[in-house]
Write a new protein. Structure first.
Length: 353
């Protein structure tokens, strides 16, 4: 498993300062999976997804049946049943050829890991627990941390692959390794990924950016109480600020702006950790708002040019109180339909955040 790198949002207030500063950007890799898919793509033939526990390496290993890589290929969504009680502590996705030889990471357009039986903190859609793309690395948590899972829980995997070469690759296989800690005498501290977006749940996350100054917001309340341990963000060009507010308390909790290059393209976003205060408390009886602020100087609307995503790490006050999904909720139904769709690639792209 690769070491944590600066694109991670998985941190814990109880971890050391150096570890906190190393971890803060990896749950936001969901925002790094492409905002819209403009390439021609094909749905592959049905794949199966198998799982086994490597008790020596302490890894849960998922393997997708062979797939042929040509241009853009979307794998059929697959599910596995988690075979242990404990905590997941990271993930690493790798493509290998028919002989088991590793293929370049650039062949992975994106892999999304979703817990369909749990909901997001601020919306009733399925919980995104991680993602990896061609430019995003593996995620490995400190041994003290983990995402709580139970034997029999379901994990949904969606994936797309890309091959810009002249020749197809026949019989490639996707391997996903997830380090874990089984329940025992020493347990991990339970954390959850969280995100808010200025667009409503279960819709595409990019939007048309008007000329001049503009602001777009979304409001919601958390399903459970707890503490936010770290926050990061994602914006597009001409973004000037992303703001997170407690509307009930009339308080700005965090505001940040992109770090840009000389052309104005965002190259990084600051990350805020709250470990000195043991986290930023949030409450279900409060309403929170995320706002993306842009100044578009081009004099024209930029199609799908805006985005405002806030991602972070959340430590619930009571991990067992985290609610299951309401499968009848309209947002959940739409989310599931778009995620499992065999036709609506634009909708699928919207869920990659």
């Amino acid at each position: 498993m690769a070491q944590c790198v600066p694109r991670s949002l998985l941190v814990l207030a109880l971890a050391s300062a150096s570890m906190v500063l190393r971890m803060p950007r990896s749950l936001l890799v969901l925002a790094l999976a492409s905002a819209s898919i403009a390439f021609a793509s094909a749905r592959s033939a049905a794949q199966t997804l198998t799982v086994h526990l490597d008790t020596t390496a302490h890894e849960m290993v998922m393997e997708m049946s062979p797939i042929n890589l040509h241009r853009m290929v979307e794998a059929q969504p697959g599910t596995i049943t988690i075979p242990f009680d404990g905590w997941l502590q990271g993930y690493d996705c790798q493509l290998v050829d028919a002989h088991g030889k590793p293929l370049p990471h650039a062949f992975i357009h994106h892999v999304n890991l979703i817990a369909p039986e749990k909901r997001e903190l601020f919306s009733p859609i399925m919980l995104r627990i991680g993602a990896q793309g061609s430019e995003t690395p593996a995620v490995e948590l400190p041994k003290i941390l983990g995402l709580r899972v139970h034997r029999g829980d379901t994990l949904l995997v969606t994936a797309m692959f890309q091959n810009a070469g002249a020749h197809d690759i026949v019989g490639a296989r996707l391997l996903i390794r997830m380090p874990y800690r089984a329940s025992g005498a020493v347990n991990a501290v339970s954390i959850y990924p969280m995100y808010l977006d200025v667009m409503p749940p279960a819709v595409a996350k990019s939007y048309d950016l008007p000329a001049g100054h503009s602001e777009k917001s979304w409001e919601g309340h958390p399903a459970v109480s707890g503490r936010i341990l770290a926050l990061g963000a994602h914006m597009h060009k001409y973004g000037t600020a992303l703001r997170f507010e407690d509307i009930t308390a009339n308080k700005v909790l965090w505001e940040t702006k992109p770090i840009v290059d000389k052309t104005g393209e965002p190259v990084d976003m600051p990350v805020k950790t709250f470990w000195w205060s043991l986290g930023l408390p949030v409450r279900p009886d409060h309403v929170y708002r995320v706002t993306a602020i842009y100044d578009n100087p081009t004099g024209r609307t930029i199609p799908m040019g805006g985005m405002g995503t806030l991602g972070g790490v959340f430590m619930p006050s009571n991990v067992e109180a985290w609610p299951h999904v309401d499968r009848t909720a309209p947002d959940y139904v739409l989310d599931l339909k778009d995620t499992m769709s065999t036709e609506d690639m634009a909708g699928m792209a919207g869920m990659d955040h």
